[in-house]
Each structure stands twice: as structure tokens, then as C-alpha cells.
Design a protein around this ligand. Structure first.
Ligand code: NAP
Length: 262
């Protein structure tokens, strides 16, 4: 029995954990950072909380006898991705990065592309009055000095009571979000700019479509750097990679799909 650690925090990671649970000969443990107060827990075994840097992760990989590491964290969780790359290299186990493609600008999109949240805040100065801020609660303080702008701030959980928050209204909600919902938000709140990370995927893309339809500007935060190494773009390819890796490590075929085994 081989053991795979799936670093999660995304819908892709949850889907992957559910798929891996159907493959015989492999046991998966999903790992969540523990940022959300009521996380959607993955199928199968899981753990919650940081490892304690590269050293902590190395220790965990040894202690739990992990054979394979799949990094399915959010594209902006790059600290964890670099830690995973360093730890897997130190322990000498294979690592895969599941990195869904970034959204690409299409005809009709009005995007201002920036490199980080600080630059996103600068891009709003004297350019917007009513902003739909969708960068998550950890990044709100970067916009707090923009006192002349009204913000509709959407996040999964309320910010901590001592968090520095820009002026406006908080909206706690968890994706996926429907196009109709996003269109209504932009129209009813007279939004003139959206701030978004270029997260990729379908769950939060409808706001980008709604912005295109309504001619609303999007301040799009480009992705941070990721570690080098093997990567795939979707869950299906991650499963295929894993099945190949199991064959390679066991010198034979995996037992196959549990769900189809009579
Ligand atoms: P980060 O900056 O890359 O990581 C900071 C620290 O959080 C890591 O060093 C690690 O702590 C811990 N951590 C992160 N992911 C973990 C995981 N899957 N399991 C255990 N520990 C983890 O990450 P972040 O941007 O704060 O994101 C935190 C989590 O939220 C990630 O799992 C990510 O997938 C998810 N998420 C992030 C975003 C985003 O925009 N950043 C959006 C949606 C979901 P130690 O050093 O102590 O091990």
C-alpha cells in the first residue's frame, strides 16, 4: 500500500482526494491549512493545520511514510508550493503540482493586470469609486487606506475582529457563483471595478464574464512564481500521473479502480 499526501485548500484537491479514494493500492491523506472556519472536508483521511515550514513537512513525510506528494493548493498559495518542492526533494519522493490554467483575457475584457495586491490597490486610486473586492479576507488591509472608495468585500469567513478593513460592506459567501448572481451584484451595487486574483477554474469565473458583459474594469492580479517540476492542469491528468507513478514504484500495475472491481 502506497501513501499519497494531497496538499489541498481547493475544489480540485477535494475532487482529486475523492478520485484517489477509488484507486486500490493507494491510501490518500488530504491536508488543509485550516484557514476557513468550517472547511469543506475532503473524502477520506485528512489533517488540518500547517506543518511548521520545510523542516516540519520533511518530518511529517518521514513519520507518515508518505511515498508521493501531490500539491493541489491554490495557485496563490505559493509559499506552501515551494515548501512542498523543497521537502519532497529532501525526502526523495516524487511530487506533482496540480496547477489549473490561468484565465486568459478575451475580447471585451477590460483588464488592468498587476503583480500583487499592493499594485492592485494603487491601480484603483482615482480610477474607481465602487469596487467589488474578491481577494479573500487575508488581503483586505492592503486596500484599507483607500478611504474615498466604497468596497463590497466578498470572502468565505468574516475577517478577524482586529483586522484592518477598507470602507464598505462585507459579504460572506462560498463559491461556486452563478453568472446571474454576479451580474446582479455588479448592477445593484453600481460596481465600477472588480479586484480579482487570476485563480483560474470555473467556480469564480462568472464574475469575469459579468464584468465583460457590463464593461466593468477588472484589476487582475497575476499569479506568483511556482516551483519547477512536473505539473498537470487538471484532476484527470493528476489521476493518470498517479496511476503511472504507482506502477513505477510498485514495478507493476495498480489494482485498479475499486468502484469497478466486482
Ligand atoms: P501559503 O501562503 O502558500 O502558505 C502559508 C502557510 O500555510 C504554509 O507555509 C503552511 O504552513 C500553511 N499551509 C498552506 N497550505 C497548506 C496545506 N494545504 N496544508 C497544510 N498547511 C498549509 O498559503 P495561503 O495563500 O495562506 O493559503 C492557505 C490555504 O488556503 C492553502 O491551502 C490554499 O490552497 C488555500 N487557498 C488559498 C487562496 C489564496 O488566494 N492564497 C485561495 C483559496 C484557497 P507551514 O509552513 O506551517 O507548513
Amino acid at each position: 500500500m502506497l501513501r499519497v499526501l494531497i496538499l489541498g485548500g481547493t475544489g480540485d484537491a477535494a475532487e482529486l482526494a475523492a478520485r484517489v479514494a477509488t484507486i486500490s493500492g493507494i491510501e490518500a491523506i488530504a491536508s488543509l491549512a485550516g484557514r476557513t472556519r468550517e472547511p469543506s472536508t475532503p473524502v477520506g483521511n485528512y489533517r488540518i493545520g500547517g506543518f511548521g515550514g520545510v523542516a516540519g513537512l520533511v518530518d511529517y513525510l518521514h513519520r507518515m511514510q508518505i511515498d508521493i506528494l501531490i500539491d493541489a493548493t491554490h495557485p496563490f498559495a505559493n509559499q506552501m508550493s515551494f515548501n512542498a518542492a523543497d521537502a519532497a526533494a529532501e525526502v526523495g519522493i516524487p511530487r506533482l503540482l496540480l496547477n489549473r490554467p490561468a484565465w486568459e483575457k478575451k475580447q471585451g475584457d477590460v483588464w488592468v493586470e498587476v503583480e500583487n495586491v499592493t499594485d492592485a490597490a494603487t491601480a484603483l486610486e482615482s480610477q474607481a469609486q465602487r469596487v467589488f473586492l474578491t481577494v479573500g479576507r487575508q488581503e483586505l488591509s492592503a486596500f484599507a487606506h483607500l478611504q474615498d472608495i466604497w468596497f463590497l468585500m466578498r470572502m468565505i469567513d468574516q475577517p478577524n475582529p482586529d483586522a484592518i478593513v477598507p470602507p464598505g460592506v462585507l459579504l460572506c459567501d462560498r463559491g461556486p457563483f452563478a453568472l446571474e448572481n454576479e451580474r446582479e451584484i455588479l448592477i445593484q451595487n453600481r460596481i465600477d471595478a472588480i479586484v480579482s486574483k487570476n485563480s483560474g477554474g470555473d467556480a469564480t469565473y462568472p464574475k469575469i464574464i459579468a464584468a465583460r458583459e457590463l464593461g466593468v474594469k477588472v484589476v487582475m492580479i497575476n499569479r506568483p512564481a511556482i516551483p519547477q517540476g512536473e505539473q498537470v492542469a487538471d484532476v484527470e491528468s493528476a489521476v493518470a500521473w498517479l496511476v503511472d507513478k504507482i506502477k513505477e514504484l510498485t514495478g507493476g500495475k495498480p489494482d485498479g479502480d475499486k468502484t469497478t472491481t466486482p
